[in-house]
Structure formats: structure tokens, C-alpha cells
Write a protein that binds this ligand. Structure first.
Ligand code: FES
Length: 122
């Protein structure tokens, strides 16, 4: 690894390469069953990527926005999960994504109103 790939204010590689990962379920089903892709998941993913980048949060030592397949919590979809906290969110629109970026990804504050109900799975 070269120094020029590290964030400018970090002298050594972070213990965890990224501070946080946010995974978006982008799953779609061709058989007509419900899936997160039916609820604007791609638009939400794209919004998150652009907002994280615009906030200067993307890159090593910061935040990585990742696509995922089915996260097996379809009944609560569309969903994202953020690690290392393992916090799950069910969102509705891009305003919810903006709030997750600003509150959780930028400031480390959980967005209580968007938490996925713990009992909802597939
Ligand atoms: S389709 Fe998104 S969690 Fe299963």
C-alpha cells in the first residue's frame, strides 16, 4: 500500500480500512415477488454515493457505500445495514437517505425513526 492512497490526515493505515460500510440491498426478483429493487433501491444507492462523496466522507478511513444482494430482511425493505455498528435501516425515499448520511455516516448518530423493526426478516 502506498502512502498516497491514505487519507491526507492519517500517517498510518487505519485499524479498519474503512470506518463504516453501508450496504444497500439492490435485489430484484424476476418472478414478481417483492424485493428492494421495486422500491427505488438503486436511486437510494446512487443518492447515498453522491451525498457521501459531496460531504467528503468517501475513501479509506471513512465510508464505503456498497451494493448488496438480498440481505434476507425483505419484509422490512428497502433496507440498508451499516457496519461495524450493525445498524439496520428501512427507508422510504432519498430524504431518508440524506438523513442517514448526515446523522449516522457523518456524525455517528443513529436515526431512531428509520430503524428496522428487529422482528422483521424475510
Ligand atoms: S430483497 Fe432486499 S432484503 Fe431481500
Amino acid at each position: 500500500m502506498t502512502q498516497d492512497r491514505l487519507p491526507p490526515d492519517v500517517d498510518s493505515p487505519p485499524a479498519s480500512y474503512y470506518q463504516r460500510h453501508i450496504f444497500f440491498c439492490l435485489n430484484e426478483r424476476r418472478n414478481g415477488e417483492e424485493a428492494c429493487a421495486n422500491h427505488h433501491a438503486q436511486e437510494a444507492f446512487d443518492r447515498c454515493k453522491s451525498q457521501v462523496k459531496a460531504a467528503g466522507l468517501s475513501g479509506p478511513g471513512q465510508v464505503r457505500v456498497n451494493k448488496a444482494g438480498c440481505l434476507d430482511r425483505c419484509a422490512a425493505g428497502p433496507v440498508v445495514v451499516i457496519y461495524p455498528e450493525a445498524v439496520w435501516y428501512s427507508y422510504v425515499d432519498v430524504q431518508d437517505i440524506d438523513e442517514i448520511v448526515e446523522s449516522h455516516l457523518k456524525n455517528g448518530q443513529v436515526v431512531e425513526r428509520l430503524l428496522t423493526p428487529p422482528h422483521l426478516g424475510r
